[in-house]
Design a protein around this ligand. Structure first.
Ligand SMILES: Cc1cc2nc3c(=O)[nH]c(=O)nc-3n(C[C@H](O)[C@H](O)[C@H](O)COP(=O)(O)OP(=O)(O)OC[C@H]3O[C@@H](n4cnc5c(N)ncnc54)[C@H](O)[C@@H]3O)c2cc1C
Length: 591
């Protein structure tokens, strides 16, 4: 497997890999990573679909990417995906996955046209004081010292960030600035999370810094991601006769490990309550999605809280990883990620409006007609003064294909599930859907006399608790995650958010899909480049633009500097006068 970029590799079709007709594939999970692996086995590996078997412990495909109408409970989507034009693997694959909405076009075309016609941006990034403008004014609000802390982290080698929290690098200068409000609510970072991950994110999305305050950096699918992404992939795979086996837990995998090779030899499954084993040869490839950000997630209802149940059980992603990890040190250290659910949980809630009474409050904040079919909030709206650090969003409506035309379905989330609310004086994790809706309505500016009535009769709200949703953000070091294909592995790979691949950032759809592509390309030795992670961190134009935007459009000369620094800068500017370097700095407004 090797990386490449540019059109030459992007548009070439690889030759059929040697001996692929004699190989079979067993895939654990039906999340984006697993479905991507299956799609690449079919498209580029040219493996027959009937040679591919996918085991899923749940009764539906999709993993973290859900979006269903549960009878008696209501619409639920645990999350909504902020996405990017430079999710290189995603678009490499989706250009060939047929849309299930429009005949004859790909999922990529559908998404491209939608976001071209109706670009995303927010007109109100944050609120405060019950629905008033949060006065972030599109600014990052960083002091020069704060900007230097970010710069320092950006240039600190990974090894120096191992096992260290963000608070080792950012002081109150950064943590109290709008920058951190935008960042942690957009990406769900907590102050105690990994400094290494923070650095990787800064580098990965440096080209988007200017688009962070108003979300013009983002793009969204038409419907929830189950319907817009998972279903087209499942249909594509079914049309190639791939076998989906639901309600089947993969409990463990055995390996033969010698100095020369590591080979998976047996899969232990539990299907509909019955234990079975599958013996493997070197021609049987195993793709394992281990761990999981939505493992142990629970949902409540309008009148019931979502229980916090972090205990790990056999047949789940974490238990399986623990068993596998105990067999070789190259298989990672799951305990690093799943041992402290108090530090890795947060909650979301899906709210469905049932009549028109709440709509004007949404409209007042998003400043758009929520029923227009176009962008509504344009990304999350963060309630700056919420004890739960609540954010909420309504994406383009309808979010579900079956959704009634006069209803809106939106998403609320809170980063602190253990803190009492400002209006509902209970921790979010103790609240029913209705109570979460009440807290949200309070922050939207609904008069207190109307809050309970609206939350009861004008909305249906379903809470979801996710004890491990940010498990991958826990401070870590090299080796805590197994490589996608561990050294000397001949017939198995790890997939998803807890597999190690270079430079990409976890908690993204792209990360999972990348692991799927890299796994297949490595194990089948497919002779075409995997698109490298977008290289903006090496593009001086993006770096200059980010420096200008992060400092709220200030020139270098306006930076707080010591006397000596001022003299040095003067000298540098004199030296570059009349060169392309001066032109570059001027083009990016830095001088
Ligand atoms: C609330 C939320 C918000 C998000 N927001 C964004 C966003 O804004 N932008 C973005 O790009 N990404 C976002 N993500 C991340 C993205 O959705 C996930 O990273 C991605 O979908 C994970 O895919 P995966 O295949 O790696 O893992 P999963 O989706 O977790 O899939 C793993 C699958 O394996 C199955 N499985 C696990 N163990 C076993 C076993 N032992 N036997 C059988 N089956 C098993 C599971 O049931 C599951 O179906 C968000 C995720 C969540 C939860």
């Amino acid at each position: 497997m090797y990386y490449g970029s540019g059109n030459y590799e992007a548009f070439a079709r690889p030759l059929k890999p040697a001996n692929v007709n004699s190989k079979r594939a067993y895939i654990v999970g039906t999340g984006l990573a697993a479905l991507t692996a299956a799609c690449y086995l079919v498209r580029d590996g040219q493996m027959k679909g009937e040679h591919i078997t996918i085991f899923e412990k749940e009764s539906l495909a999709g993993g973290a990417c859900d979006g269903f109408l549960y009878p008696e409970v209501g619409y639920i989507m645990r999350g909504g995906r902020e996405m990017d034009n430079h999710f290189e693997v995603m678009w490499d694959l989706f250009r060939d996955i047929p849309s299930i909405e429009t005949e004859g076009v790909s999922v990529l075309d559908e998404y491209y046209w939608l976001n071209k016609r109706d670009p995303n941006y927010s007109l109100m990034r944050a609120t405060q004081k019950c629905g008033q403008d949060g006065q972030t004014n599109g600014e990052f609000g960083l002091s020069d010292d704060g900007a230097k802390e970010i710069m320092k982290l950006f240039f600190t080698p990974d090894e120096q960030l191992y096992n260290r929290p963000i608070t080792d690098f950012f002081s109150e200068e950064v943590l109290n600035a709008n920058f951190w409000l935008y960042w942690r609510t957009m990406f769900a970072f907590q102050n105690w999370h990994s400094a290494l991950e923070m650095k990787l994110y800064l580098k990965r999305f440096i080209h988007h810094v200017g688009g962070l305050p108003d979300f013009k950096a983002l793009r969204f699918t038409k419907y929830n991601q189950y319907e817009s992404m998972i279903l087209p992939m499942v249909k594509y795979l079914e049309s190639h006769d791939v076998n989906f086996v639901f309600n089947t837990k993969v409990v463990d995998v055995d390996f033969e490990i010698t100095a020369d090779k590591k080979q998976a030899t047996k899969i232990y499954i539990n299907k509909d309550g019955n234990d079975e084993q599958i013996d493997l040869t070197a021609n049987d490839l195993v793709f394992i999605t281990h761990g999981g950000c939505v493992e142990n997630s629970t949902y409540g209802s309008q009148d019931k809280k979502a229980e916090f149940k972090p205990e790990l059980k056999a047949g789940g992603g974490w238990d399986m990883w623990k068993r596998i990890a105990s067999k070789n040190e190259a298989f990672g250290r799951p305990d690093k990620f799943c041992s402290n659910p108090e530090k890795t949980n947060w909650m979301s809630a899906t709210v469905t409006t049932l009549d028109q009474k709440i709509v004007p409050y949404i409209e007042k904040i998003c400043q758009r007609d929520p029923f227009s079919g176009g962008v509504v909030t344009g990304g999350i709206v963060t309630v700056k003064d919420s004890n739960w650090l609540l954010s909420w969003t309504f994406n383009r409506q309808p979010q579900f294909r079956t959704q009634p035309k006069d209803q809106l379905v939106g998403w609320i989330y809170g980063l602190f599930s253990d803190k009492a609310g400002n209006y509902v004086k209970k921790p979010m994790r103790e609240c029913s859907g209705k109570e979460i809706c009440m807290e949200w309505l309070y922050h939207m500016g609904v008069p207190t006399s109307e809050i309970e009535e609206l939350a009861t009769n004008s909305a249906n709200t379903v809470p979801v608790m996710m004890p491990y949703v940010t498990a991958f953000f826990m401070p870590r070091q090299g080796g805590d995650r197994p490589d996608v294909v561990p050294e000397k592995a001949v017939n198995f790979a790890f997939l998803g958010q807890f597999a190690e691949t270079k430079r990409d950032t976890i908690f993204t759809t792209e990360y999972s899909m990348r692991t799927g592509m890299e796994a297949v390309y490595t194990l089948l030795d497919i002779d075409r480049a995997v698109p490298e992670v977008w290289g903006s961190t090496y593009d001086v134009r993006d770096l200059l633009n980010a420096s200008y935007r992060l400092r709220d459009n200030k020139k270098i000369t306006e930076m707080k500097m010591s006397f000596i620094e001022k003299i040095v800068l003067k000298k540098v500017l004199k030296t570059i006068k009349g060169t392309d370097l001066e032109v570059l700095l001027k083009e990016h407004n830095l001088i």
